[in-house]
Design a protein around this ligand. Structure first.
Ligand code: C2E
Ligand code: MG
Ligand code: MG
Ligand code: MG
Length: 290
């Protein structure tokens, strides 16, 4: 039945697939071989200006079309990828694909794209060169790429993060602090980081109607972002009342199931249509190298 299928899909999507060390090794090697075979897929979730409703960009979210297990969400395989050097290959693919897509869209309209960087990439020596090379290869202006790093990853290595994010920003790339509110960054630390954007974590956003405490946090983050001159994004907007409150509190950009679910490029028509450029929903031609 549909309910059963849904249930199974949710289970496959939501937790680490590797139940033991042997499992983990098999999956890591399947992933390593799967990437060049084209098994990774990007879905894109639209982001909109809170007041005008204009499309401001899309976030690229990776999935793995596993030959036996079906379409896997990031929570199923990113943790195990993150524990192996294959995370560098995965990130290289995601970054190249997203940048190629944005360059393709740019023939019609500029659609900024956000890419998530795993914690391990912050420590990767070749990161800045990689980003520079990918942008150059596809001729995408750096300002159309935002790199999202989680607050937790930054706090795990604050010195390194400050240095590498500074170098990326010097390329012209935008930097977003993702899942903000979960990592206890001090005010002084935050003011010191080279950032363009704060992205408030879904767990706070989804609770603003029911928990005064979370509403207070989400409001004070807005005040903070204004002070630090950071663009403020809320993820996980699922209902109209939440959307209205966030706009009233000064959130600049909104993302969530209410406004648009992550979807393959082919399904982006309605989202991009709001930007009056429906032709953007065309997939990359097969011969575009990534
Ligand atoms: P994230 O960067 O915080 O991305 C937002 C996640 O929230 C996505 O889940 C998205 O589908 C989901 N989401 C968006 N709006 C709503 C909503 O209104 N309600 C609910 N319940 N969920 C919403 P997804 O695609 O499963 O990705 C999960 C996480 O995996 C991402 O969280 C990100 O941390 C990571 N991730 C995804 N793609 C990549 C990637 O290419 N590289 C790396 N390193 N991490 C990635
Ligand atoms: Mg993100
Ligand atoms: Mg996030
Ligand atoms: Mg999140």
């Amino acid at each position: 039945s549909a309910a059963k299928r849904e249930d199974r899909a949710v289970r496959v999507w939501s937790s680490d697939l590797a139940r033991n060390a042997a499992d983990e090794l098999v999956l890591q090697s399947q992933l390593r071989r799967g990437i060049p075979k084209g098994e990774l897929v990007l879905h894109y979730q639209p982001q909109y200006a809170a007041h005008s409703g204009a499309l401001t960009g899309v976030e690229a979210l990776v999935r793995w079309e596993h030959p036996e297990r079906g379409l896997l969400g990031p929570y199923a395989f990113l943790p195990l990828a993150e524990r192996s050097p294959v995370i560098v290959e995965l990130t290289t693919w995601v970054l190249s694909r997203a940048v190629a897509q944005a360059a393709w869209w740019r023939q019609v309209a500029e659609v900024p794209v956000s890419v998530n960087l795993s914690p391990r990439l912050l420590a990767h020596e070749g990161l800045v060169d990689l980003v520079r090379a990918v942008l150059a290869m596809h001729g995408l202006p750096a300002r159309l790429l935002t790199l999202e790093v989680t607050e937790t990853a930054v706090m795990a290595q604050p010195e390194r993060a400050r240095e590498v994010l500074g170098e990326l920003r010097a390329l012209g790339v935008r930097i977003s602090l993702d899942d903000f509110g979960t990592g206890y960054t001090s005010l002084a630390m935050l003011a010191d980081l080279p950032l363009d954007e704060l992205k408030v974590d879904r767990r706070f956003v989804s609770a603003i109607l029911t928990a005064d405490r979370d509403a207070a946090i989400v409001r004070s983050i807005a005040a903070l972002a204004r002070r630090l001159d950071l663009e403020l994004v809320a993820e996980g907007v699922e209902d109209e009342e939440t959307r209205r409150l966030l706009a009233e509190w000064g959130y600049d950009v909104l993302q969530g199931f209410l406004l648009g679910r992550p979807s393959p490029v082919e399904g982006l028509g309605p989202a991009l249509g709001r930007a009056r450029v429906p032709a953007l929903a065309e997939p990359l031609p097969a011969d575009v190298q990534v």
